[in-house]
Write a protein that binds this ligand. Structure first.
Ligand code: GDP
Length: 375
């Protein structure tokens, strides 16, 4: 009996000790969890966009710098993808025809017209291509593609595409063209490139006719760190250009880019005004080296009519063809050079700072026409 009582007492004691042990271990686990929670970093509060930027301290290392954006000139073939499609579509179906027959020649001519090459130039290209094909004994339509590339490149070869500089600083380039074609953007791109070369640039806001023009140019000048010379609204544009050249000379700037009006009450007024600006700038002997006509490639053949007014009045030395990255059809380059007799010197292929590239006929035609096996 006593033995049974002793066994029961031992059993009760064992149960009590086990329960006590469990209680203790749970409490210490909770305490451990609380302690580690206190040690863990607090989740960062949501960023307050109005708060001052956090200054890095020894404990909070500065955030990693963002990966540098890819720089350098854009690849023409990438940017001309849409412009290429007008020509490539037609050439693709020509290649699939196999043999060259009269219909194939008609298709090719239509393709050139649809790509904005223009009637006169298209007829000339066709004649030359027929002669090349017969001389080479070509009967396969695919073989016409490299012949076309050669013909188009040869037509664009040999022009003076250099952007000329004065013997002594500053050089002056006059930028002309109707509103909306990309004059301000082109000036900003040119000024940015000059600044990256470590030279000082003066930008002249000689479009005093449009109230917003000088403001827009001022914004760009600040962004690319160029110096701006402007007049009041309605001021004499020639005087603004003159002041800009004087300012460039006294500050040791290498380049003056003169923005001009793209529209006035009448076209005659506009052309007279541009001629006047030109005469004023020419008072500094040898300074005016380029009169660059900015043309929007997406306006196609229509753009050529207005372009002729500028070339007839102000002695354009080169064309800057903008928006070739858009819906433009690239053949317009050939029409411009043939009809206006002015070389395309630069092409705009986007709205960014690097999106202005020298016009290289070989690269351009290669990007536009492509190869027979990729059409
Ligand atoms: P402006 O009136 O002749 O001075 O023309 P702006 O320089 O103000 O340009 C008119 C518009 O064309 C702006 O929205 C520019 O960003 C745009 N633009 C200019 N050049 C190019 C280009 O090469 N490609 C594209 N896609 N847009 C351009």
């Amino acid at each position: 009996m006593t033995g049974a009582l002793v066994l029961i007492a031992i059993f009760v004691l064992a149960v009590f000790l086990i329960a006590l042990g469990l209680g203790l271990s749970r409490r210490s686990a909770r305490r451990e969890a609380e302690a580690s929670a206190a040690a863990a970093p607090v989740a960062p509060p949501r960023a307050d966009p109005t708060a001052a930027p956090e200054v890095p301290t020894a404990e909070t290392p500065p955030p990693a710098a963002p990966a540098p954006a890819p720089t350098g000139p854009p690849r023409l073939s990438d940017r001309l993808a849409r412009a290429r499609s007008a020509l490539a579509g037609g050439l693709g179906s020509l290649v699939r025809r196999g043999r060259i027959d009269e219909e194939a020649w008609d298709d090719l001519e239509e393709t050139l017209l649809l790509a904005d090459v223009g009637i006169t130039t298209s007829v000339g290209v066709m004649e030359a291509l027929r002669a090349r094909a017969s001389a080479a004994g070509v009967t396969d339509a695919a073989a016409l593609v490299p012949l076309l590339r050669t013909e188009l490149t040869d037509r664009l070869r040999g022009a003076d595409r250099a952007l000329h500089r004065a013997d002594a600083d500053p050089t002056v380039w006059l930028i002309v063209g109707v509103n909306g074609v990309g004059k301000t953007t082109t000036i900003a791109k040119l000024a940015g490139a000059e600044r990256r070369d470590g030279c000082r640039v003066v930008v002249a806001a000689a479009d005093t006719f449009r109230a917003a023009a000088a403001g827009q140019l001022a914004m760009w000048a600040e962004r690319v760190d160029a110096e701006l010379v402007r007049g009041n609204e309605g001021a004499d544009p020639g005087a603004v250009a003159f002041d800009a050249v004087a300012a460039a000379r006294s500050r040791g700037a290498s380049l003056v880019l003169v923005d001009t009006a793209g529209r006035m009450h009448t076209k005659v007024n506009l052309m007279r005004e541009l001629e006047k600006i030109k005469r004023v700038v020419e008072r500094a002997p040898g300074a005016l080296q380029e009169v660059l006509l900015v043309l929007d490639a997406t306006t196609g053949q229509n753009g050529l009519v207005q372009a002729r007014e500028f070339t007839d009045s102000v002695g354009v030395t080169g064309v800057v063809l903008t928006k070739l990255d858009g819906t433009a059809k690239g053949g317009i380059v050939l029409a411009i050079e043939a009809d206006l007799g002015v070389p395309v010197k630069l092409v705009g292929v986007g709205e960014g700072q690097d999106d202005l590239v020298p016009f290289d006929p070989e690269e351009y035609v290669a990007a536009l026409v492509g190869d027979a096996d990729t059409l």
